[in-house]
Design a protein around this ligand. Structure first.
Ligand SMILES: [Zn+2]
Ligand SMILES: [Zn+2]
Length: 103
């Protein structure tokens, strides 16, 4: 990591919302770390980012890389058990992402 990247990371520690540039940098980090795969472990390609913390609690630290299918499930599945199981997976993945980003 370059010094500029380290400085930028330090600045975003306490923010809930990142600038476009900061968010892009964090997304790129996750994408490279996961080699472009969905973080649910479904073995599909990750094509979007999901915010685990949403609404009033929305926090850009809580993003995970997801495929379209898992993203639909975690938002809209009427099977609450399936939805909650995926939510728990994504929650721990999001914590891991942020921990590794700051390692
Ligand atoms: Zn989402
Ligand atoms: Zn998936």
């Amino acid at each position: 990591m370059t010094k500029a990247e380290q400085l930028s990371k330090n600045r975003i520690q306490d923010k809930k919302r990142f600038s476009k540039k900061e968010l892009d940098r964090y997304k790129n980090f996750i994408f490279r770390k996961e080699e472009g795969m969905c973080q649910s472990g479904c073995n599909r390609e990750g094509v979007e980012y999901h915010h685990v913390l949403r609404g009033a609690y929305k926090n850009d630290k809580s993003i995970v890389l997801t495929c379209r299918e898992c993203h639909t499930i975690v938002h809209f599945s009427t099977d609450t058990h399936e939805r909650e199981a995926l939510n728990i997976l994504f929650k721990s993945a999001s914590i891991e992402n942020w921990r590794e980003y700051n390692a």
